[in-house]
Design a protein around this ligand. Structure first.
Ligand code: MG
Length: 206
């Protein structure tokens, strides 16, 4: 990855291991030619840098879907609340300005499209085949299932479904992401590829 984008990724708030970022970059580079890449849960843009650079460097496009009002754990009084992201006037979390700044700093404004809405509203009219979908949105089971149900079937044959925050041991983290990961395998639509830390990677069957 180029130095400018790497610096922006490292400076960005977020929860993504660098090995996972490198894997996302490699997957985005390899699959951007199959169709746009969709990231669900962009937050401030850390994973967006890795995916966006991969899409850009392969002549592709990254779509960034997030309502930017924060997941359950980001809300006021919750464990991952960040006061920097709290819009006092609206009395709500707003991560959109941070994402825009990250994309500017990373040089990714021309290779990304921001979709600011809940997953279900966008999924309701979506028809475009996707080269890759990365699910890293809300971590409640309902939110994770809505992300999966809304977009996994739009991944083209040979394309990638990647899911962040897989914790086989419930003592290490929430179980919603690994639940949809297991449901994806059980659907028969995907083959498992090697994971990178907590990043699960599946390939859509032909
Ligand atoms: Mg995550």
């Amino acid at each position: 990855m180029d130095a400018r984008t790497l610096a922006a990724a490292r400076a960005c708030k977020g929860f993504l291991d660098e090995a996972e970022g490198l894997r996302l970059h490699e997957l985005a580079c390899a699959h951007a030619g199959l169709g746009p890449i969709l990231e669900i849960g962009s937050y401030c843009g850390k994973s967006t840098c890795w995916l966006g650079a991969g899409a850009r460097d392969s002549g592709g496009l990254l779509l960034c879907l997030d309502h930017h009002r924060g997941s359950e754990e980001h809300q006021l009084g919750e464990g991952y609340h960040d006061p920097d992201l709290f819009d006092a006037a609206a009395s709500r979390v707003d991560s959109l300005p941070f994402l825009r700044r990250t994309l500017h700093e990373a040089g990714l404004e021309d290779s990304t499209v921001l979709l600011v809405a809940p997953t279900s509203r966008v999924a309701a009219f979506w028809t475009t085949p996707l080269g890759m979908v990365f699910i890293d949105g809300g971590h409640s089971l309902a939110a994770a299932r809505a992300d999966y149900a809304g977009f996994a079937h739009h991944v083209v044959a040979g394309g990638i479904l990647a899911i962040h925050d897989l914790f086989p041991d419930p003592a290490h983290g929430g179980q919603a992401p690994i639940t949809i990961y297991r449901e994806a395998i059980a659907s028969g639509l995907f083959d498992e590829l090697p994971a990178t830390k907590t990043l699960g990677v599946l390939r859509r069957r032909a």
